[in-house]
Ligand binder design. Structure first.
Ligand code: SF4
Length: 243
């Protein structure tokens, strides 16, 4: 974990609403840019480079959140590796919590879920990261391990709800977190995801049109998808899941 940049600037890969595949309900998704963990088989290699050109003020991300039409049942922060920007992550979480507290009381609780490639025991070791954990309702921790992702042809089938590989741990950290994530807590939980695992978003940006797959596919799903698209005459070009 490095020290990150200034607390008021976040290296941001992407923000998207609605996200329905990374946590319960309809959510806002924020992906940080920069990850040095280099898990073999990572599907998000485009988020590895800690490109300073991706810095945005934390206030701008909070402004985007506040502008969402709703409903927002939760916020999911993933990456990249969010904990490699501890100061900006803490500032973002403080802002999200302040915004949540200001929302009308009749609104259903909005939970904050953060993904990390670090194991929980490492995150809970230092005071700075413990302060971040205290602001989350739940975290999903641990590196992605490709062989522990039940592939589409796995004899037991299915996929792990909101997790990429079976070593990853769901850790509820608040009463709301326990209410929403408690059934998934612990290592070895193999609850399957019956719903959609991946959603598609198409963004027009300065680099042209990009297609994002949001969610957690099973091992082999992305290769299967690109070969089907190619058979249908759609060329995938550069993809984030290949070196
Ligand atoms: S799976 Fe996550 S933690 Fe691992 S290399 Fe990819 S972005 Fe980093």
């Amino acid at each position: 974990m490095n020290g990150g940049g200034p607390p008021d600037a976040l290296l941001l890969a992407k923000a998207h609403y609605p996200v329905t595949t990374l946590g319960p309900g309809t959510r806002a998704g924020i992906w940080t840019q920069g990850c040095t963990l280099a898990c073999p088989g990572c599907l998000s290699r485009d988020t590895w480079d800690a490109d300073p050109g991706k810095a945005v003020p934390v206030e701008a991300v909070l402004g985007w959140l506040a502008s969402l039409p709703g409903p927002v049942d939760g916020v999911t922060i993933s990456g990249g590796e969010p904990f490699q920007q501890p100061a900006a992550l803490a500032a973002l979480l403080r802002g999200i919590r302040a915004w949540r507290d200001d929302r009308p009381h009749e609104t259903i609780g909005l939970d904050i879920l953060v993904y990390s490639g670090y194991v929980y025991t490492r995150l809970s070791r230092t005071e700075a990261t413990r302060e971040i954990l205290d602001m989350c309702d739940a975290v999903i921790t641990g590196p992605y391990v490709d062989r522990l992702n039940p592939g589409g042809r796995h004899p037991e089938g299915g996929s792990l709800l909101w997790r990429g590989s079976a070593n990853q741990r769901v850790v509820p950290l608040s009463p709301l977190g326990r209410e929403r994530y408690g059934a998934l807590a612990g290592i070895g939980n193999t609850r399957e995801d019956a719903g959609p695992r991946v959603q598609v978003s198409v963004d027009e940006g300065p680099e042209g049109r990009r297609v994002y797959y949001i969610g957690i596919p099973r091992r082999g799903d992305m290769e299967h998808l690109t070969s089907r698209l190619e058979r249908a005459g759609v060329r995938s070009g550069d993809v984030s899941w290949r070196p």
